[in-house]
Design a protein around this ligand. Structure first.
Ligand code: TXA
Ligand code: MG
Length: 368
């Protein structure tokens, strides 16, 4: 957590959260990526509450969160035994990924065990699982001793929360929700999702801070993009069978203020396409760039916001900035296009979707 000053939750509060989950209630909790809205993965009524609270279509599957046992030597963790109740088969390659990246911001999709509730998989025969690294998530999961389904704790299509206060403001007046406090999320964008369910090829479903190159370098496992799979005639079957990912909708993670990206050095062009003289525009500018002489643009009230040119730092602050800017009443928010390079894929993906869905009438966009 970056908010060292934030007091972590006491054991008593976590015990109360465990009881709430056992009673079929919802608990929002911190993970290293974003805050999750948790429910007992074995309780269909509790799962239904998540879909209702988020306004999420029931066909959009949820991720099951599991505890990593409290063992110092990671190599000793018996993931095969921990996953056995949830998944039908565990390939050598999947195990390599698990041993290298769990607990951490990586979600894997497997063929599901028949006992896994259809309510959480959206009726699919696969299941997404991750073991989050955040100590509060781990303590909650360990004490609960079961799987916890947790989508990001935001209303459907909106920006994911990266602090407990964000979660509260998402559901204010709608839901009396227990929110565990865990400071600001370190990673800041949702986990990387890799589909291992074909038993053949690992396929990237959602980019995140763990990239295919890092996976290859650390495990030797090649991760394919859905595009590569489609181009390969032998694997078209796998591509056709690719599961739905709600984050794959064009509009997602979206603020209410219109958000646009500008090409390198083209901020003035972007502004001139927005000619309303009364407009107030927030322009995000790389920390590595010298002053952009925004005063040259006479007609708009423009304010610069500095953003990091380091991809991990940018990711950790992205949703925080979008939420804060959204609250400040700008008419337009401009962000620089992220540079080429795999380490920017997660950020680029979130920013593009946020642009597409942004604006007060975002509900009129095609988000289903
Ligand atoms: O970092 C994260 O993954 C956060 C934290 C809270 O863990 N969770 C998260 O959950 O982002 P959510 O529900 O906002 O996004 C889960 C994504 C969705 O895009 C969903 O479609 C996909 O995971 N997913 C879930 N089960 C799947 C499956 N069986 N096959 C393919 N995609 C699946
Ligand atoms: Mg989400």
């Amino acid at each position: 957590m970056s908010a060292e000053s934030t007091p972590l939750q006491s054991s008593a509060v976590i015990n109360e959260a465990v009881q709430t989950l056992r009673d079929g209630g919802l608990v929002a909790f911190p993970t290293e990526t974003v805050y999750g809205l948790g429910a007992d993965a074995k309780n269909p009524k509790a799962i239904q509450k998540i879909f209702t609270a988020k306004g999420r279509p029931s066909s959009h599957p949820l991720i099951i969160h599991l505890a990593a046992p409290d063992i110092f030597d990671q190599a000793q963790i018996d993931w095969v035994m921990l996953l056995a109740p949830w998944v039908r088969d565990l390939s050598e390659e999947a195990l390599k990924l698990i041993n290298t990246f769990w607990p951490g911001p990586l979600t894997l999709v497997f063929q599901k065990d028949k006992s896994v509730l259809n309510e959480l998989t959206g009726g699919q025969d696969t299941v997404a699982i991750r073991a989050p690294a955040h100590p509060i998530a781990q303590e909650l999961l360990r004490k609960f001793k079961g799987g916890v389904v947790a989508p990001s704790a935001n209303r459907f299509g909106k920006v994911s929360p990266t602090s407990a206060a964000d979660v509260r403001s998402e559901f204010e007046g709608m839901l009396d929700l227990m929110v565990l406090e865990g400071g600001d999320c370190e990673v800041g964008i949702e986990s990387t999702i890799i589909d291992m369910s074909s038993g053949d090829k690992a396929v990237l479903l959602r980019p995140g801070v763990i990239t295919p190159s890092e996976i290859f370098a650390k495990t030797g496992v090649k991760v394919y993009s859905p595009r590569e799979i489609k181009d390969d005639p032998v694997s078209t079957k796998a591509a056709e069978g690719l599961p739905r990912v709600s984050g794959s909708l064009k509009a997602h993670y979206a603020p209410t203020t219109p958000l646009r990206l500008y090409a390198p050095g083209r901020v003035l062009d972007a502004l001139s396409e927005f000619p309303d003289i009364k407009s107030r525009v927030a322009v995000a500018v790389w920390d590595s760039e010298s002053s952009l002489v925004l005063e040259d643009h006479p007609s708009t009230d423009v304010e610069e916001v500095i953003v990091s040119s380091d991809s991990a730092t940018f990711a950790s602050k992205l949703y925080r900035s979008l939420r804060d800017l959204d609250r400040q009443g700008w008419d337009l928010i401009l962000f620089p296009e992220p540079p080429a390079g795999e380490e920017w894929d997660g950020v680029r993906d979130r920013l593009q979707r946020a642009c597409f869905g942004s604006g007060p009438s975002s509900s009129s966009h095609d988000i289903n």
